[in-house]
Write a protein that binds this ligand. Sequence first.
Ligand code: SDX
Length: 434
Amino acid sequence: MTERKAQLIVDGKPESVELPVYGSSLGPDVIDVRGLIESGYFTYDPGFMSTAACDSDITYINGSDGVLLYRGYPIEQLAEHSSYLETCYLLLHGELPDAGQKLEFENNIRYHTMVDQQIHQFFNGFPRTAHPMSMLVSVVGALSAFYHHTLDISDPEHRMLVARRIIAKMPTLAAMCYKHGVGQPFMYPRNSLGFAENFLHMMFGTPCEEKEVSPVLARAMDLIFLLHADHEQNASTSTVRLAGSTGANPFSCIAAGIAALWGPAHGGANEAVLDMLAEIGSESRIDEFIARAKDPNDSYRLMGFGHRVYKNFDPRATVMREVCNEVLDEVGEAADDTLFRIARRLEQIALEDDYFIARKLYPNVDFYSGIILKALGIPTSMFTVIFATGRTPGWMAHWNEMVSGPYRIGRPRQLYRGPAKRDYPAVQITAAVS
Ligand code: SDX
């Protein structure tokens, strides 16, 4: 196939540098701008609106058509037919497991869910009021202290062992962050339970009594993890890749990803959605908040709306909305579905309003997930911890994809707009030596 090239023309004058063009299997092709430096130019793309930072086979998003594929499989089909652990295997290995591989993977995860007893001591240092994300980011980073002997990132066996370990331990650590905050003893994982059921057991069970987990709620929890499992080169995944590009150990890279996810513009939005719905408080106040979100002089934004890539509906939000109905039905009047009513009304108004339509602002994954989590009895402060738990296989798959091939340290450049070179003024020298 003939080699494709892009030509750069600046102020009408063609530059000598030729920029190769590479084809994608889906989505935009790319122009390789690495040679641009020879012509004395950098590309300029704050926020990486039009920058492919890597090539990847893992996840494909088509923002205008609302498409999300994990290794080619549509998220809607995985949500209907798969499970979180099967999806973890798919993201890590590139193919769905056969029956034997699935059983082996599930057992492997099952027998790595416990954490070293020393990790329990870490929590004694946190105030009971510590935000769960502040605890999670700390203890995940500390995990490397327990596994230095199996952190050779050039060894594929070590890489997969770390991936299974961290996927298995995240729900245990997440539940410990919650239990520390409520002053209850940590619950050990139960090998007889499924992944999501085990998490809800560690969250809400106590040594005094088992927590009966309904299959509907366990399935909803599993689906929440599945829908958050990966999402291409989002901010936290790009953070994991950048940290990984220095050769840092994978636990540190995941801790960096957790830190990035915490921001309200990213994974922190699900917590911010609930805070927003609670602040709105009643359907009669929705217009007031819509007006604020539209006011160019007010930095207020409707949490759970908008997305850098989706300029149509977020397919995950569509699945989440259906799960919302099922969960609220299951928990019945016990759930505060006022928030759900406000959310539905907010969505309806926003989707009819020119401001949101012109900017293609649709509900994103965080809009409904918070309502489901609240209906499951999970406190708002734990929402982003749940997001991090679900996103762990995606972070590990991208880290593994990068370090298993040739890679270079990520080191962006800049458009420098500071002062030109200048000398230290004599007057200061005299003053300094006097
Ligand atoms: C996630 O990248 C991923 O894949 C992330 C994620 C994943 O799975 O990893 O999907 C998870 O992070 C989902 C997004 C969760 N965040 C929120 O719900 C927070 C609220 N949304 C926004 O802050 C915003 O929409 C972003 C951060 C999500 C996207 O920001 P962009 O692409 O940089 O868009 P922008 O800030 O340039 O906004 C474009 C316009 C602006 O108006 P104008 O200056 O053109 O007049 O839309 C407006 C913005 O003011 N706008 C909003 C808005 N989001 C954008 N106005 C009101 N409410 C909002 N929510």
